[in-house]
Design a protein around this ligand. Structure first.
Ligand code: 5RP
Length: 220
């Protein structure tokens, strides 16, 4: 039996094959992406510039010999690769378990192609078993939590955690996410919400899922 880290490494190897010459690359955040970052030096000549979704990823990229560029200097990226906390076969995602959801969503929206990499434990029929992370402006935390209760979710403040943007995270338990695009749009409208961890409006273009017998590619 393959362990979860072996699957993460396998899906990272599969993602490397999707990086083509002269690539303006965006890198996500998390343990799956970390496997990919460690493989990037082997194909450094294919990457013309790289943008990062978090301080953690930026540090790892630098350790691997990459200079990280500001998104404002790059414009539209060719490819964004990131992990997920949950993914459906429709390529809708929950992200933000690592708290980097805002910069992740900015990079995903600013990329021509978004490849999501994950092991099979992340594949679900319907989003919402994983608590939905929401980044909030600190002064709005209680207000946003009260608004979320109207959706029958249970908001839990992520203690001792500050995002790279100086904000806080509320994790919403027990949400039944029937229509991910609608819920993403609605929650985005609550004043004080910076980013909702549903990635459905801009979903992944390809989902690479590592299992016991290899890596499956799922397209919409
Ligand atoms: C960070 C994220 C990550 O992509 C998500 O948490 C998956 O992480 P991992 O690969 O460690 O399971 O959204 O904000």
């Amino acid at each position: 039996m393959m362990n979860q880290n072996e699957k993460k490494l396998n899906v990272a190897k599969a993602a490397v094959k999707h990086i083509h010459n002269d690539c303006l690359l965006g890198m996500g955040t998390g343990s799956t992406v970390n496997f990919l970052i460690d493989l990037l030096p082997e194909i450094k000549n294919k990457i013309s510039a790289v943008a990062s979704s978090s301080v953690q990823t930026e540090n790892l990229l630098k350790m691997n010999g990459f200079e990280v560029q500001a998104l404002n200097q790059l414009g539209m990226l060719d490819l964004y690769i990131d992990g997920a906390d949950e993914a459906t076969k429709n390529l809708h995602l929950i992200k933000g378990g690592g708290g980097a959801l805002t910069r992740e969503k900015i990079l995903a929206e600013n990329s021509k192609k978004f490849i999501c990499i994950a092991d099979e434990t992340k594949l679900v029929k319907r989003l919402g078993i994983f608590p939905l992370p929401i980044e909030v402006i600190p002064m709005a935390r209680s207000f946003v939590s009260r608004e979320i209760i109207k959706y029958h979710g249970k908001p839990v403040y992520r203690e001792n955690f500050v995002t790279d943007n100086g904000n806080e995270i509320i994790d919403i338990h027990n949400l039944d996410i029937v229509d991910p695009i609608q819920l993403e749009n609605e929650l985005n409208q609550i004043p004080g919400v910076v980013t909702v961890g549903i990635f459905a409006r801009r979903k992944a273009d390809v989902l690479l899922i590592a299992g016991e017998h290899g890596v499956d590619e799922i397209y919409p």
